[in-house]
Design a protein around this ligand. Structure first.
Ligand code: KMT
Ligand code: NI
Length: 176
């Protein structure tokens, strides 16, 4: 079962704690905001999905104190946990460890938290505000898939509010 729920918004508590309200969010609700979640245990099925959706680039990241050092880890997490959006749809697939993706529901501005564990795949649509953090285990190894050239640029809020990609995303959610 996917672990997806509303975030408790208690921002004084470490982001790596679960922050659960105990109120679950269904995969249908995720789909309503253009987010697709699936547990895919077989790696070849990830490759199939990537081919079907025209993904041409990928990389693997290890995010942990061991991989990055304590200081770099803290600064990376700060960056990932700042609310941002990307100009392209992107896939995240958890290979090892775990982490939380928070997705901002554009209809009520609530944060929806998705736990990514090994074999979990998340399609993050272009234009959705989101953020990422580890769990208290402090380690994830993840595959990041990009349609074209990896666009590392994260557009922060509120600067991206008036961008074309945000407007397009909001229109796609409203017409569903
Ligand atoms: C993102 O889009 O915020 C990220 O890629 C975070 C790290 S991937 C586990
Ligand atoms: Ni991002």
């Amino acid at each position: 079962m996917a672990t997806v729920y509303y975030h408790d918004e208690k921002d004084s508590v470490d982001s790596r704690e679960p922050h659960s309200t105990g109120v679950p969010v269904s995969l249908e609700q995720l789909a309503d905001i253009g987010v697709f979640y699936k547990h895919i245990p077989q790696f070849e099925d990830v490759n199939k999905l990537a081919t079907q959706r025209n993904y041409r680039n990928r990389d693997t990241v290890s995010i942990s104190e061991k991989a990055l050092g304590a200081e770099a880890l803290e600064s990376k997490l700060k960056m990932f946990y700042a609310e941002h959006l990307h100009e392209d749809e992107e896939i995240r697939y958890c290979l090892d460890g775990d982490g939380f993706f928070d997705l901002r529901d554009p209809r009520d501005e609530r944060w929806i938290r998705v736990l990514l564990q090994p074999g979990d795949l998340l399609i993050v649509p272009a234009g959705i505000y989101h953020r990422f953090t580890l769990t208290t285990r402090n380690y994830i190894k993840a595959l990041r898939l990009f349609k074209d050239e990896p666009k590392w640029v994260a557009h922060g809020r509120p600067y991206a509010d008036s961008s074309a990609i945000r407007t397009e995303y909001l229109a796609s959610v409203q017409t569903q």
